[in-house]
Design a protein around this ligand. Sequence first.
Ligand SMILES: [Zn+2]
Length: 437
Amino acid sequence: MSFLCPDAVFTPRGLVEGAAVEVVGDRIGRVGPLPPGVDPAQVERLRGKVLLPGFVNAHSHAFQRALRGHVQHRAAEGQGRNDSFWTWREAMYGLADTLDPEAVERISTLAFQEMVAAGFTTVGEFHYLHHQPDGTPYDEPDELAHRVIAAAKTVGIRLVLLYVAYARAGFEVAANPRQRRFLHRHPDQVLAAVHRLQMQPGAFRVGLAPHSVRACPDHWLRAFAPFAASGGLIHAHVDEQQAEIAASLAEHGRRPLHVFEDAGLLTPRFSAVHLTHPDDAEIAALSRAGGSVVACPTTELDLGDGFLPAERLDGRVRLCIGTDSHASIDPFAELRAIEWHARASSGHRNVLRPLPGGDPRDGLAARLLSIGTVDGAGALDVDAGEITAGKLADLVAMDATRIEFASARLLPALVFNGSPAAVTDVWVGGRRVRGER
Ligand SMILES: [Zn+2]
């Protein structure tokens, strides 16, 4: 048992000054005044710091961290206007072709280290590099998944492995040899891999991720319905690109979210990643199901995808964040971008619904923090994201004495002016993974 004593703690009741957070094993015990007579050796003073729940990164492709800085130029003189998500994807496939298992572990470790440094304590890794470059399975068929698991263990970040099902290049699209590393021949192979990984020792959760309606035909999606019905986590890319929606209409006569719905995959544990271009019926379907949307605004900006219509989703579906391609790894930037995009598209300020209960001046900041923490934890089914008794002790300390917070109202400034540079200490399950006592 130990006690963390920062200047202030962000709890579901808002920012509380002078409270101590008791850590018992990997969980949070009491949150309140430091009990009298506590052994000083058990007390860690966090002077000038604010304690927040750890951020949850609900959508990551760790290996894409290797593209950082390599895709920010025009492919060839005069070609810039043709650069798009699809040309970026070719560069990403080129990278994926070159990575051996050691490189996958190395780059995943780097990505997870950067996440922890930025204040993320959980990552949902949407893992689709499965095989050797020519498509042959490794002798250990889950070799690359084990490399990602090892990287998370090295860094100490909490991992939810979202094992990707990828069947084809697309509807009536010729096979793309650069996708061979991703492909399975039959949905049962995917279910078997998920089952094998679920049986592995170690504290990580495994979900199933049909990559998209582009990559999975209808009979694959239906094969995953029993997994969804039994409470399994399902994450999928949905409505990221207009071309994906057009292909879905051509193949199914329905938009992507309705294809998932008709296949029996929409449950409270379904997360639609991106949902950049939904129509109202899709939003209603996700809302009925109680599902989530994982917005990845900095990646969506980087790829020219568009941005989440947060003002249409707000109050209807759970919102959370992911850093996806890792163009940036910064929870504060993701959270601000959701609100700022909603402002830019609506012509209003302070658009997202404030979190009720605390000081109204902190309501919007508290809401954005919830999107980055407890709502992401909900989308990954992790019992964390709030500083309250009984939750996992996934915690982040920020230096409130920095110049960007000087003379500011603290909670809104942490969100609207915060950055990874202000993150000083990180604990996952009560274990310190960043900073020194
Ligand atoms: Zn993605």
